[in-house]
Design a protein. Structure first.
Length: 386
């Protein structure tokens, strides 16, 4: 048989899914693994999809998504992000945020181009960069800096191959949030070096303490070189509905729509009407999620801070704690597997998020307060036994 695509064959599997799959074979497990809200979509969202099916709105839509949804996104994002985008030409609806990320890279990158990015990073970034034939240019984000971007380190990593800077704030897996001052410095770097910017903002709604959102697209010279990716998955507890979106210059979005036509045609129609209802309806579920996650965050900070051998940087956003386990002397995967087998608690080894994540594990705190407390009790008992 002739060889398959060697680049695709070489893509790494998900370290997140590896732990999740191991846990499926066990009983009495508390899972802190997947970044999935422990809630379901609100009733008015589900009802909108049912209504679309009932009235026969189950056919193809235009590739970019139904216009009412793009118009609602334009209005909502003007409020949320402080940037106005034309619903006709600068907004498209995608099959989740991950498709929006991939389509952006596919439009912007050619084989050999460099993608500058911080690490630890969302593991799908590496796979998507590889699928484009591009090269990741990794800049470690240090624990002592709160896992925030150091702009001088980014600047020093730029080469003549660098075309795209990829940022993620609030961050998966570290929970760090990039402040306005740093974002303005990143914007200046992009303009100076003539880089495109891809900003992954799917956790925008989950901010804690003094952390605030600021859109880098509002900085001078940035709107024309920036693509913003966001999603309904985390904000509206719609992970399985697969609905995300991209905001950006018309020429980039237009090319992304061409690819969408050749890959999925369009996002499934009832989901688009559900997403429209999510934007136009009440936000009670989001408010409840934010409150629960905030309580879980406070609990995990309190408990991890008093456990032997563990420490963590205070997460400012998203719903992840990135916990330092170096004092145990184990690798992050050894720790995660041992914790699962002995304490029936699932965490994700930091190595799943690149080499810079080694020595850490990610805890997703989206479960119920009861499961959160029980999982932390088990971790404490496990650490005391080491």
């Amino acid at each position: 048989m002739k060889k398959r695509n060697q680049a695709i064959e070489a893509l790494p599997g998900s370290g997140i899914r590896k732990m999740f799959n191991m846990a499926q074979k066990m009983d009495n497990v508390i899972s802190f693994s997947l970044g999935e809200p422990g809630f379901t979509a609100a009733e008015h969202i589900t009802r909108a999809a049912e209504d679309a099916i009932s009235r026969g709105d189950t056919h193809y839509t235009v590739n970019a998504g139904i216009l009412p949804l793009r118009q609602a996104l334009s209005e909502k994002m003007k409020i949320k992000k402080g940037v106005e985008y034309d619903p006709e030409s600068e907004i498209m609806v995608t099959s989740g945020g991950v498709e929006a990320l991939y389509l952006t890279m596919k439009v912007l990158l050619e084989p050999g181009d460099g993608v500058l990015m911080g690490a630890p990073y969302f593991s799908n970034y590496i796979g998507q960069i590889g699928m484009c034939g591009a090269v990741p240019q990794i800049v470690p984000l240090k624990e002592e800096d709160g896992f925030r971007y150091n702009v001088e380190n980014l600047r020093n990593a730029v080469t003549d191959k660098t075309k795209l800077l990829l940022i993620n704030s609030p961050s998966n897996p570290t929970g760090s949030v990039t402040d306005e001052k740093t974002l303005r410095e990143i914007a200046e770097l992009c303009v100076e070096k003539d880089l495109y910017l891809l900003t992954d903002e799917v956790y925008q709604e989950f901010l804690y303490g003094d952390a605030k959102y600021f859109s880098i697209a509002t900085c001078p010279g940035m709107r024309e070189r920036t693509v913003i990716v966001d999603s309904f998955s985390k904000t509206y507890a719609m992970t399985g509905w697969r609905c995300g979106f991209a905001l950006g210059p018309s020429e980039i979005i237009g090319d992304m729509v061409k690819i969408q036509e050749n890959v999925v045609s369009c996002v499934n129609t009832p989901t688009q009407y559900a997403a429209l209802a999510a934007l136009n309806g009440p936000d009670e579920t989001l408010q409840i999620m934010s409150r629960v996650y905030g309580e879980n965050r406070r609990l995990i900070m309190k408990e991890i801070g008093t456990m032997p051998g563990l420490s963590m940087v205070t997460p400012e956003g998203a719903f992840y704690a990135f916990v330092n386990i170096r004092q145990t002397g184990m690798t992050s995967e050894e720790f995660a597997v041992k914790l699962l087998k002995e304490a029936r608690v699932v965490v994700v080894p930091g190595s799943a998020f690149g080499a810079a994540g080694e020595g850490f594990v990610r805890i997703s705190y989206v479960c119920s307060p009861e499961d959160m407390a029980e999982g932390l009790r088990r971790i404490r008992k496990f650490m005391e036994s080491l």
